[in-house]
Design a binder for this molecule. Structure first.
Ligand code: AMP
Ligand code: MG
Length: 478
């Protein structure tokens, strides 16, 4: 069943939008597991090419484009909005879950400015593949329900086949949504938005003495957990603009994102991130910066006003560092196979990372190799004096916990994926798909859905790039 609680907040929030029909829709990918988990009508699958290209709408849909603003690379843009996305509504699953179902690339809206409202097949399948991989890695993310080729061309630097992605999200409220109303001085709308978000995502703060301050802290915790999970997976979002930060705490907007191959904290892939603002190691402070922008929007709602309100907000924003650190340390211990907490765990983890960085070792495979390095030959780990010394310390630390090798190994394998979507293999799969061959995309999708397995499906996609295969830049592809 569709509901439209967000669109009903008012016409300032969402503008009616009509998907523009396409010439020859053809289903490229459909997410059976997601459809089943949301109990979507089975008839949707058969009609998916029509329904999820915008040529027809599911019953009960009310297509709208959402308003939002955002800081893009530090510069505030007061009006962005859904320029190439059209929300069909909020799907209410029988288990009580409420998700937005949104078409991305379904034609122009009131927010398109000079854009065409369209998307090309490469970025659409990229989001499908990467969001599924993130979900399988256990990282909060928007999902992908369908990818439909339009049979039409989109003009970018080159002429590309067009496609529409159907995205499923806990909601599409962003930090930039709050900024849109705050920048217009519409405090009443900021409050309506905050109340909507509390009811929808953070009902636990309802009874807090200062619920809007509590909301800020809840968002802070969700962002801290999210970015810690990104860091542990070696994920670089690439465009952490405030319009791409979902209030729900899901990963939103798969533009130029990429996974690390070799470990380096300053790694940047995005072609448009010239100064490394969104470099791998910069993600935690940027998340905090984005949170400060949210805090500014919420200031008028806090119980204490003036300087005291600012001090309250500052304390919550500063508290992000502690939330992040504890989320990161928890994840680190899991990745190192530790069941208890010691003061020097952080140092142990940082020394491991430093040993990887020193020789540009592969991030994913090195952590995965820990399961083998517990007792036997440390194949897969760099054989440097620093790493050998580290391994001895780590083994001693584990021995102090007194658990059996099999138990520790199982924990390590559950925390350290064998497989991430390797950039060079993603590019190859997308190039084949754009040329009409979906097989590599489908094989890779099947493999990344079980990233902690180590079977033949995974092994086909596990190898890091060789020198000539290395992807150095990724593109927004809008
Ligand atoms: P993004 O880079 O996806 O975060 O998008 C930033 C802004 O540009 C958003 O307001 C998008 O809706 C808008 N935008 C991106 N691509 C297009 C397009 N092809 N047509 C219209 N608007 C677009
Ligand atoms: Mg965006």
């Amino acid at each position: 069943m569709f509901e439209h609680t967000y669109a009903r907040l008012g016409e300032d929030f969402a503008a009616d939008a009509r998907p523009t029909p396409v010439a020859a829709p053809r289903l490229l990918a459909w997410n059976d597991a997601l459809a089943a988990s949301l109990a979507l009508p089975e008839t949707w699958r058969d009609a998916a090419a029509q329904l999820f290209s915008g040529n027809a709408w599911p019953e009960g849909a009310r297509p709208v484009a959402l308003a939002y603003a955002g800081h893009q690379f530090g510069h505030f843009v007061p009006r962005l909005g859904d320029g190439r996305a059209i929300a069909l509504g909020e799907w209410l699953a029988p288990d009580g879950r409420r998700v937005d179902i949104q078409l991305k690339g379904a034609g122009p809206t009131a927010f398109s400015r000079r854009g065409d409202g369209r998307a090309a097949i490469g970025p659409v399948l990229r989001e499908f593949l990467l969001s599924e991989a993130m979900h399988a890695l256990g990282i909060p993310t928007t999902r992908s329900l369908a990818a439909v080729a339009t049979g039409e061309a989109v003009v970018r630097d080159e002429i590309l086949p067009g496609a529409v992605l159907t995205r499923v999200a806990a909601s599409h409220v962003r930090v930039g949504t709050f900024q849109y109303f705050a920048a217009r001085g519409e405090d009443a709308n900021v409050r309506r938005l905050a109340d909507h978000v509390i009811a929808r995502h953070y009902p636990g703060v309802q009874g807090a003495p200062d619920r809007y301050l509590a909301l800020l802290d809840a968002v802070s915790q969700a962002q801290a957990a999210l970015v810690a999970a990104w860091m542990h997976a070696g994920f670089i979002h690439g465009v952490m603009n405030t319009d791409n930060v979902a209030i729900s705490g899901e990963t939103l907007d798969y533009g130029p994102c990429a996974f690390l191959d070799e470990y380096h904290p300053a790694k940047v892939f995005s072609s448009i991130d010239r100064h490394g603002r969104y470099a791998y190691g910069n993600q935690p402070p940027i998340a905090q910066w984005n949170l400060a922008r949210l805090a500014e929007c919420l200031l008028p709602l806090f119980q204490r006003q003036g300087e005291q309100g600012v001090a309250d907000a500052r304390a919550v924003v500063e508290g992000f560092a502690g939330h992040y650190r504890s989320a990161w340390l928890d994840g680190l211990r899991r990745k190192l196979g530790l069941a208890t907490a010691h003061d020097d765990d952080e140092a142990l983890g940082r020394e491991f990372l430093a040993a990887l960085e020193a020789v540009a070792a592969d991030y994913t495979l090195s952590f995965r190799a820990l399961a083998e390095a517990l007792d036997g030959e440390p194949a897969g780990l760099p054989r440097t004096p620093a790493m050998d010394a580290w391994r001895a310390r780590w083994q001693a630390r584990l021995a102090g916990e007194g658990r059996g090798v099999d138990e520790v190994r199982a924990g390590l394998r559950a925390a350290n994926p064998a497989l991430i979507p390797r950039n060079h293999l993603v590019e190859a799969a997308l190039a084949a798909a754009a040329a009409g061959d979906l097989q590599p995309f489908e094989a890779m999708l099947a493999a990344v859905r079980r990233p902690f397995d180590h079977g033949p499906a995974q092994q086909a996609f596990m190898a890091p790039p060789e020198a000539g295969q290395r992807v150095t830049q990724t593109f927004c592809g809008t």
